[in-house]
Design a protein around this ligand. Structure first.
Ligand code: NAI
Ligand code: 15L
Length: 268
């Protein structure tokens, strides 16, 4: 049966807030978890992924998990280890113990950030392109994908790892014209990832059907995802303000963009 009750981790964050608004329209009852309390959501579970008992209680009885919680920018290895590596392990262990069969994992383009972006007639980047993390943050997403594969092979827990580009209400940079995922398409993709059958562990790129797309969406479409949005209406204004991507600028040369040169640092 299609999942109905879904644990949304990282529900207080930017993407979590967008998905709290959009996923119920796809038929889900959300249980929310975050380190931080959420205004207007008194039932949200306030817990750290480091707290194994709290995580186990949070997953008990849900049909699936959308796992967004964690450090979403670059940070020290020690911080990334705790929140993203151990935190994701704790969540999968809890899912195994409680018999939750499906996870949607928020991976990131930064797992493959050093991959040169396609230019001209270059083919789109395939989803099985070798890992080339651009930060400790991206490295933690590689770990999460491998953890998902292990829990599928060993324990039969299915995961769709979504290598999200940039999911924000609007694209705000020229790079984002290529990697943007509109929030509505994000919810469509998560819905497809929650409901497609026999996914095992599947890795997909997460973005809208952008005219300037850099990567191949075939594995996402195979889940039933049909993106409806395209960043192109924003192109003229953004290019007028910022100029085209500069082929000689290392921050414009690869999928991970400025994460290669001056990654934004997690502020906490
Ligand atoms: P965000 O930083 O706004 O939200 C992350 C949330 O996780 C925060 O509310 C934070 O309190 C919570 N959190 C952090 N450590 C935690 C812990 N130890 N236990 C419980 N909660 C914890 O990030 P955003 O943009 O909402 O991203 C959500 C997820 O999607 C992240 O995993 C991020 O890496 C991934 N992602 C997001 C992209 C985007 O465009 N927004 C692009 C690629 C990946
Ligand atoms: C990410 O992985 C970050 O979590 C998000 O804040 C954006 O920076 C995004 O990548 C991006 O590449 O634009």
């Amino acid at each position: 049966p299609a999942p109905r009750t879904v644990l949304l981790t990282g529900a207080a964050g930017g993407l979590g807030t967008l998905m709290r608004g959009l996923l119920p329209d796809h038929g889900y009852d959300l249980r929310l978890l975050d380190l931080r309390p959420i205004d207007g959501e008194p039932d949200a579970i306030v817990a750290d992924l480091a707290d194994k008992d709290a995580v186990r209680e949070a997953v008990r009885g849900v049909d699936a998990i959308v796992h967004l919680a964690g450090i979403s920018l670059e940070a020290s290895f020690e911080k990334i280890l705790k929140a993203n590596i151990e935190g994701t392990y704790n969540l999968y262990e809890a899912a195994r113990e409680e018999g939750v069969g499906r996870v949607v994992f928020a991976s990131s383009n930064h797992a493959v950030g050093y991959t040169p972006r396609p230019r001209g007639d270059d083919p789109l980047i395939p989803v099985d392109t070798p890992r080339r993390p651009d930060t400790f943050y991206g490295l933690s997403k590689c770990f999460g994908e491998d953890l998902a594969q292990l829990y599928w092979d060993k324990h039969g827990i299915e995961t769709v790892s979504v290598r999200i580009g940039s999911c924000f209400p609007e694209p705000t940079s020229v790079r984002m014209l290529s990697v943007w995922m509109s929030p509505a398409d994000g919810a469509r993709l998560f819905h497809a990832a929650l409901t497609a059958e026999n996914v095992g562990h599947t890795v997909v790129h997460g973005s809208s059907a952008n005219t300037r797309l850099w990567w191949d969406l075939t594995s996402a479409r195979a889940l039933g995802y049909e993106p409806r949005d395209d960043s192109e209406p924003y192109a003229e204004k953004l290019i007028a303000e910022q100029g085209e991507l500069d082929p000689d600028n290392p921050a414009h040369a690869a999928l991970g963009g400025h994460f290669l040169t001056d990654p934004p640092i997690w502020p906490y």
